[in-house]
Design a binder for this molecule. Structure first.
Ligand code: 4NP
Length: 180
């Protein structure tokens, strides 16, 4: 075992240690994914974290978000998304990052916002078995009926409000499936 670790670079070792940790402590890890990782997926991340906080289950989960594009890497969420989020009590502080092949190994669930995201994730998955971790977020909606969370980037206020409405509904539904 020690010899095996000698052959691993630091990121690989870190990944293995993280996976061991989540397995030993029965943690569930969820990655929310959209295109730019500056509007929908950081919003979903914060909504789900708030639900976990309310249910006192933050320690049982690891939650993150990422984008299929690396164009906004390192950026805070879009200022409009942050403004509409703050009006509902969410403070978005995530920094955009691209989704990687390692994410498929690490996360239990990888949740896309629309069908374009799902197609991109299916192509990025290292193999067919990893594709089973991919889900569409609107499949968890239980009050609103929608087939995707539309990209609000080129929309006005209503687009952003609608994104939050859908994500609040979907994240409640997701929690009902994965919460303890
Ligand atoms: P998101 O919105 O996928 O919800 O973060 C977008 C943000 C930026 C771009 C596209 C979608 N963009 O093309 O820069």
């Amino acid at each position: 075992m020690i010899q095996l670790f000698d052959t691993l670079s630091y990121p690989e070792l870190r990944l293995i240690m993280q996976e061991l940790y989540t397995t030993i402590f029965f943690m569930t890890s969820i990655l929310f994914v959209c295109l730019g990782n500056i509007c929908r997926s950081p919003m979903a991340e914060d909504i789900f974290l708030k639900i976990l906080e309310r249910k006192d289950q933050k320690a049982d989960f690891e939650i993150d978000s990422a984008g299929l594009l690396d164009y906004h890497q390192g950026d805070l969420p879009d200022s409009r998304m942050r403004m509409y989020a703050s009006q509902r009590g969410y403070q978005l502080t995530h920094r955009s990052r691209p989704v990687t092949k390692d994410d498929f190994d690490y996360f239990d669930l990888i949740i896309g916002m629309d069908n374009q995201n799902i197609n991109g994730l299916m192509q990025l998955a290292p193999s067919k078995s990893f594709q089973q971790k991919i889900r569409l977020i609107t499949d968890f909606c239980h009050k609103l009926r929608a087939t995707e969370v539309p990209d609000p980037y080129f929309s006005g206020a209503k687009g952003f409000e609608y994104v939050i409405d859908l994500l609040e509904d979907a994240c409640e539904g997701l929690y009902k499936e994965v919460g303890r």
